[in-house]
Design a binder for this molecule. Sequence first.
Ligand code: GLN
Length: 402
Amino acid sequence: MDTPTKRKRPDLEIRDHRLSQRVQRFPESVIREMTRVAEAHGAINLSQGFPDFDPPREVVRAAQLALENGHNQYSTTWGAPELREAVARRAKAFNGIDADPEANLVVTCGSTEAMMAAMLSLVNPGDEVVVFEPFYENYGPDAVMSGAVPRYVRMAWPDWRIDEEALKAAFSRKTKAVIVNTPNNPTGKVYSRDELRLLADLCADHDAVAVTDEIYEHIVYDGRRHVSLATLGDMAERTITINGLSKTYSATGWRVGWAIAPRTLADAMRRIHDFLTVGAPHPLQIGAAAALALPESYYADLARMYRAKRDRFVRGLRSVGLDCREPDGAYYVMADISRFPFADDWAFAMYLVERLGVATVPGSSFFGVPEDGARYVRFMFSKRDETLEEALRRLEPLKDVR
Ligand code: GLN
């Protein structure tokens, strides 16, 4: 077998004495880096989570019309009124969340900015933030940039169960917030109502805020239902619910996201957002309002489409010897690669991208201690059927790797 390029984990240090300590404490995003590596090798990109198909036509058309019809200057900094109204309507209809567009909504440059704005609004240096692990890569640097000390709670392979005692033990007098992501990236876990209830109790007991990233809310399988933490008990008072256009409407490049929060928290996030970015792209906010007005059938079709992709893709991964559990939601699969003769996740991922032409994300990117994730790589399947078929065909040589 060929030996792939020995690729080290990213180096944290940039040797330049002028830099802040903060920026020396996290690497460049591995997810985004793997997209570039995929392009350099002409590989199929199953690393960064974005589709190779377009948003619905009428949504694109609405954005085009907005460009032609004078929406080319700043919107209100915290969001165009038509988008805030559309988000509030949808949050009520789908999630059961009451949001006043004037008081509770902040439109941001993607949910990425919403999460950062939430952290910067809540956290003083040294405050603790509970984070479930494996976690979406961004939450690590978000913690560093806001000065938060992450307290990790492990979701256990293979079903990503949460140990109740470990969760309770992670909360303390220093806990300021907990970050939840359901449906979960990278595990595919969909938090159960009981798990969310426990979290709600812990937040109440510790006066902690829940920051919940629900960007995959419509991508759930096998009859499961997405539950928004903000709808449990009085959690609306202590929950920031983050969402966006990217995944539900296949528009990751538009960078339109939002947060729903209690008035005081929304006010704080609006300040941070205003001085970070001023606003999300105005014409695309108008397009986003059109997306949120799509009929219910759109969401059923989306879930059905991803369900078929999941079934076929997971079957394919298993047939080449990759050990993985079907995700209950979102469009990622964590595969255990420990039966293959590679030094770690990076060696495996580099072999896949260089020799087989398929890009993945090394599992260590989703763990506080990178070694803890060295037996996984993450695949994502938000791709056309023919792209996924071709990727599976390229992975076939794995059958003979031992
Ligand atoms: N959520 C996507 C992923 O995990 C990527 C999002 C991003 O790159 N901003 O791959």
